[in-house]
Design a protein around this ligand. Structure first.
Ligand code: MIC
Ligand code: SF4
Length: 655
């Protein structure tokens, strides 16, 4: 039977279950990646499993998020990750080598392989034809130990591309168009597979921009075929041996098909403050801006930065604009420096930032109050930039460069007329001088045994999970709205440095909802916990959008949270809740959401029993005197994980 590319790769890696849409399957994971903000916890959890060395074909630890190094925390984490990687058979990409997704694409990702990463933008490697999935650190730790990864057999959304992009229109505009069609909600359990005659015109880095920002759709991952573009990219990276041709069958059946003619696309922007608030740039033109940031794992490839350098050559950044540029990798920066393009950027007035996540995760460059910031990143969730009430627009590198020159939102197609700037046609390099000296190799097994793991004082062992109570004696600690992201739950920015110290980081759970002079969410939760009560969160649609950070479950678990009731929730966060023994449930009647208020006391008799075997359970609202019904969406394995007090206990019990 004709198959999609997704089916082919997943079936090839199937180790548990039957491949039937919606049914749970376990797949073998070939490669893993971790980054420092999620990786320290992932490695601590991996160590606690008592496995000596990773069992994957390849596992890589990257340091790219926490690079500001105010206080000892970041450096302690870097040293721990480097030393634990050596010991455990893990490659380690050192600070300064680049953003995990860009470096992984360049140096390690392979067509036809499975990759699990403790970062939600792991699907970037779908641009080279990997099934690359983001997950919580504990799921990645289990995969490093050789455990399979569980997911529901996905629906496959086929995105058929035809034509070719017009001048000044970019790959970013393709994914912004897809976001305008599919939005950030309702795509859980789907994989986006690109096919059709338009695919051939896109290079691997362009494809990777598209699969990267597929994360914002909420799909499990996105994938492109592997073809002559893939072969050329791998050859330039000195990895021709990793090339295989791969594509879905001609007559493969997709669950839904979206057709996009690349030639019809125009420059687009995701307006504040959601990646699916899409408008054509021409509709929002002339808005004054004060900041432009170029980089992040979405748009920091050689091609992206060469495009910007070509556009800014001989020009000066507008007097009212601060332009920051963060290359995606040491490789990209080194090429730009070698061919003089870096100098063009410097001369134009750009501030060159380190090859890291930087402002994308609120590490600096927070915009001034009320100021418009134009970014080539993938997320503009409220406050993610570090400024409350921020106005962040997400655009292509072409649009960003145009805005940097004019000081206002500008359709880049106007540049020939405004400045005589032609559209850059950047050709990928066919050979690159490869330099992997900033990637540490794992130690051979016999040496690894005696290697020392460096554990700084700021690295605290994560707390153990607790089994669910027999009876839930709950209190609503927060009643929140739609699209609560993991940035709302567990802020990054200046708090990112507490990632390896759960008791400290937990003080900032739901920090954005705290009000001056009133007890914080964490204070209220700990007080309830001390009284023997159980914290409950009430949420609306798409709870837990965004990142893979398991701290958004781990820290609430530490604060005594036991139950989240939502109208709907996103995949990675849902899995993280289960992994840390917080039971997720859904309103049977979505209207009940409106009847519940903050502080209500909620009880569930036989809570544990319900998790064991029920499909639905009744919650008594003691404060208001009514009952309502909730549903589970749990597989048998999920139930066992919850009953064991989380995935770590569950995994240990199995071994
Ligand atoms: C993000 O873009 O939000 C992050 C920071 O990369 C996260 C991971 C994290 O919180 O450490 C992600 O996307 O998963
Ligand atoms: Fe880093 Fe931003 Fe990419 Fe997350 S989205 S991995 S913070 S560059």
């Amino acid at each position: 039977m004709a198959e999609t590319l997704t089916q082919k790769i997943l079936k090839n890696h199937l180790v548990q279950g039957n491949y039937q849409t919606g049914k749970e399957i376990g797949i073998k994971i070939d490669q893993t990646l971790t980054q420092d903000a999620t990786g320290t916890t992932a490695m601590l959890l991996f160590e606690s499993m008592g496995i000596d060395t990773v069992k994957t074909d390849l596992s890589v630890s990257y340091v790219d998020h926490n690079m500001s190094q105010f206080g000892p925390e970041n450096h302690n984490d870097h040293l721990y990750l480097q030393s634990v990687s050596r010991k455990m058979g893990i490659y380690h990409s050192r600070p300064g080598n680049g953003i995990c997704h860009q470096v992984h694409l360049e140096r390690f990702a392979k067509p036809g392989a499975t990759l699990l990463g403790s970062d939600s933008h792991t699907p970037t490697a779908g641009g080279i034809g990997s099934i690359a999935i983001g997950a919580g650190g504990l799921d990645v730790a289990v995969a490093m130990g050789g455990g399979e990864f569980y997911l529901n057999t996905p629906k496959v959304i086929g995105i058929k591309l035809s034509g070719a992009l017009s001048p000044f229109v970019a790959a970013k505009d393709v994914i912004l168009k897809v976001l305008s069609i599919l939005s950030t909600k309702g795509n859980v359990g789907c994989i986006a597979e690109y096919f059709g005659p338009g695919v051939a015109s896109l290079t691997v880095p362009q494809r990777a921009t598209i699969t990267n920002m597929g994360a914002e759709l909420g799909v499990t991952c996105s994938i492109f075929p592997s073809d002559s573009q893939t072969e050329a990219f791998l050859k330039a990276q000195g990895r021709s041996q990793d090339y295989i041709a791969l594509a879905g069958d001609e007559d493969a059946k997709y669950d839904r098909i979206i057709e996009i003619d690349l030639a019809e696309l125009v420059p687009m922007a995701a307006c504040p403050s959601s990646p699916d608030n899409i408008k054509a740039v021409s509709e929002i033109e002339d808005l004054q801006i004060s900041q432009v940031l170029i980089g992040s794992c979405t748009n920091s490839s050689y091609r992206d930065l060469m495009t910007v350098a070509a556009m800014l050559k001989g020009q000066t950044v507008h007097k009212d604009v601060e332009l920051g540029i963060a290359p995606g990798s040491r490789q990209v920066l080194s090429i730009l420096s070698g061919n003089g393009s870096l100098n063009e950027l410097i001369l134009s007035g750009a501030r060159i930032l380190e090859n890291s996540c930087g402002p994308c995760i609120g590490q600096g460059f927070s915009p001034g109050n009320g100021k418009v910031s134009i970014r080539t990143f993938n997320r503009n969730f409220p406050g993610r930039s570090g400024t409350t009430g921020d106005k962040v627009y997400l655009v292509s590198t072409e649009t960003a460069a145009a805005c940097a020159l004019t000081g206002k939102i500008t359709d880049p197609r106007k540049l020939p007329e405004l400045f005589g700037i032609k559209a850059a046609s950047i050709i990928e390099m066919d050979t690159i001088a490869i330099d992997d000296r900033m990637i540490d190799m794992p130690l051979p097994l016999n040496e690894a045994k005696n290697a020392e793991v460096i554990r700084g004082d700021t690295i605290v062992t994560p707390p153990a999970g607790q089994v669910p109570p027999e009876k839930l004696d709950g209190q609503v600690l927060l009643h929140c709205g739609d699209k609560i992201t993991t940035d709302h739950i567990m802020p990054a920015g200046t708090f990112l440095k507490y990632r390896s110290n759960v008791p400290e980081y937990a003080k900032y759970v739901f920090n954005c909802f705290n009000e001056a002079g009133k007890p914080s969410f964490a204070d209220r939760a700990l007080e309830l916990k001390a009284r023997g009560g159980h914290g409950v969160i009430i949420a609306s649609e798409s709870y837990g959008q965004g990142s893979s950070r398991e701290h958004a479950a781990l820290c609430p678990m530490y604060l005594g949270l036991k139950l989240v009731i939502a109208r709907s929730a996103e995949r990675i966060h849902l899995a993280n809740l289960i992994n840390f023994a917080i039971t997720p449930a859904f309103f049977d009647n979505p209207a009940d959401y409106d009847r519940i208020r903050a502080e209500d006391r909620l009880e569930v008799d036989e809570f544990r029993q319900a998790i064991e075997s029920a499909e639905t359970f009744t919650v008594k609202n003691i404060t208001q005197g009514f009952d309502f019904v909730c549903r589970f969406q749990l597989s048998d394995r999920d139930r066992q994980i919850l009953l064991a007090g989380g995935k770590l206990n569950f995994t240990k019990n199995q071994n």
